[in-house]
Write a protein that binds this ligand. Structure first.
Ligand code: ADP
Ligand code: MG
Length: 512
């Protein structure tokens, strides 16, 4: 317990500071209880032109309470300020707009709340009689002074409060306007697609969704960490977890997925990005639709496909890539995007056996107005095995956006070869094989690949017997036209899509 004289001194200092503050208080100011280190050591309040905030959460073993001032500039977005929102089951947050209104103790989401008095001047109910007497006698005079100033300020504050209420309706219960308690992910994303914004859920909804996901099991490992299956409101989601060192990759991938008008049935559906700081490190999450078949690589390793199945996979992949590559003009338009890391491990297989292009972390966007690319293309330009000849020998013209699209088409041709080998035609199909598996080591270097692809000009083998099957013959022809050494001579995604659409009509393929 604090020494009585120390307590009295502290209280007096606080009272003096408080009186000063009353005298110099600006008309728009709001006083709040404050527990953050930003507040001066001697006081437990702060002054703001915005809102008072109180937040309660559990760090696993303890309840934590934060009371703070939120500046008016930080009350973004209007109506639902980010700082004033809690996350279900994680933190409970409330903002209010009258003096010291944040003294209330909110219930801790996961831990039963113990009664704790917040705010005020003293160390709560732990004081003895002597200390209490000292504390009461000391500030009594000051209290009288404060009361008279308080009465004067009350009427003014009421006016300020009322006008603020009109300006901003920030009751956290307004969250239901965005997120009904029982709405599923599909409801949320449907609302979004019909609202016309087309670029993703609002940031605070993303955060709320991400923080209420329960991770279940690891489903994949990639460059940056692990991919998990998670549960959210009775449905499955995929969570790609980046380490804090990979913050730029996390940010970039989230940024690309939120490109306006990107959403497409053959591109992995993005749900949310969230950066969670647990005090020691930051965990970076990217949440997307979950596809139980996993990657096309996993799928082809496990199953052979029918002719119809092959066309569905190939056509849907071309469809996704054509949408990615295409520039859509207009205010709600979409820039052309090149993937730069297309491979069977970065394409997912949906339940209806169509493809969804994933892993957009290396993608680049074209700004057609200035004919520039939105980032300086970095050194890591994809997976060596799938690199186009001009990437391997570094003759690619990086200033020309079309070059990146042509490199994607080369990789798509390799993916088609992987699919076609698994096509069961007349009872014959081949084992799964990675492209160039028979020509390079298992983890080929750039030099290994350049020797084979650029110098020896070799390409994966197209068996003669494919000529006797009309669909495999067309697939073989498409592949050859994707593999030209000259990138500009290759087919476009749109051309491939048209050819395969015709083939699917001929073969009567039902794309469900
Ligand atoms: P990285 O950038 O680390 O390569 P990816 O996004 O390519 O990460 O994911 C790695 C692997 O995780 C994929 O090859 C796939 O097997 C699995 N995976 C990724 N996203 C999903 C998803 N949405 N549904 C199912 N499996 C997924
Ligand atoms: Mg990947």
């Amino acid at each position: 317990m604090a020494h009585p004289r120390m307590s009295l001194a502290a209280v007096l200092v606080q009272a003096v500071v408080l009186v000063q503050a009353v005298l110099y208080r600006s008309c728009e100011a709001l006083w709040c209880n404050c527990t953050t280190p930003r507040c001066q050591k001697t006081v437990s309040w702060c002054e703001t032109d915005g809102a008072c905030m109180t937040s309660t959460f559990s760090d696993g073993s303890h309840e934590q309470r934060i009371r703070a001032c939120i500046a008016r500039d930080s009350l973004e977005p209007p109506g639902q300020p980010f700082y004033c929102l809690g996350a279900e089951g994680f933190l409970n947050t409330h903002c209010c707009y009258t003096d010291y209104c944040n003294s209330i103790d909110l219930k801790t989401p996961s831990v039963t709340s113990t009664s704790e008095r917040g705010g005020g001047y003293g160390p709560g109910g732990s004081w003895g009689l002597v200390e209490l007497a000292a504390v009461i006698a000391g500030p009594l005079l000051l209290l009288c002074l404060l009361l008279s100033v308080g009465v004067f300020l009350y009427h003014h504050q009421q006016r300020v409060y009322n006008s603020r209420q009109r300006l901003q309706a920030e009751d956290p219960s307004c969250e239901h306007l965005y997120m009904a308690k029982d709405s599923s992910l599909q409801d949320l994303l449907y609302d979004l697609s019909t609202s016309g914004s087309g670029s993703g859920l609002p940031l605070f909804v993303q955060r709320t969704v991400a923080r209420t996901i329960v991770l279940q099991e690891v489903i994949g490992k990639g460059r940056y960490g692990e991919v998990w299956r998670g549960r959210w409101r009775g449905g499955d989601v995929a969570v790609k977890i980046f380490s804090s060192r990979e913050e730029r990759s996390w940010f970039r991938e989230a940024e690309i997925y939120q490109t306006v008008m990107l959403r497409h049935e053959n591109i992995l559906g993005f749900v949310a990005a969230d950066n969670k700081d647990n005090g020691t490190w930051t965990q970076l999450w990217l949440v997307s639709d979950y596809h139980e078949y996993g990657s096309l690589f996993d799928y082809l390793n496990r199953y052979s496909v029918t002719t119809e199945g092959m066309i569905k996979l190939a056509l849907s992949a071309a469809n996704g890539l054509a949408h990615l590559h295409m520039e859509i003009l207009g205010t709600q338009g979409k820039p052309g995007i090149a993937h730069r890391d297309l491979k069977s491990k970065n394409i997912l297989v949906r339940k209806n056996c169509t493809c969804a292009i994933a892993d957009l972390g290396l993608a680049v966007r074209h700004d057609s107005a200035t004919d520039t690319i939105d980032i300086a293309p970095n050194q890591r330009a994809g997976t060596k095995r799938y690199m186009a000849p001009e990437v391997l020998d570094e003759t690619i013209n990086m200033r020309h956006f079309e070059s990146f699209k042509c490199a994607d088409i080369y990789a798509l041709g390799l993916i088609y070869w992987e699919i076609a080998r698994r096509c069961n035609s007349g009872g014959i199909h081949e084992e799964y094989q990675l492209p160039y598996d028979d020509l390079v080591p298992s983890d080929p270097t750039i030099d290994d690949m350049r020797r084979v692809v650029c110098e020896q000009k070799l390409r994966p083998n197209i068996p003669n017997w494919w000529q006797s099957d009309e669909t495999l013959r067309v697939m073989g022809k498409i592949m050859r036209e994707c593999w030209y050494a000259n990138g500009a001579a290759r087919l476009t995604a749109l051309r491939i899509k048209k050819t395969l659409s015709q083939l699917s009509i001929q073969e009567d393929v039902k794309v469900c």
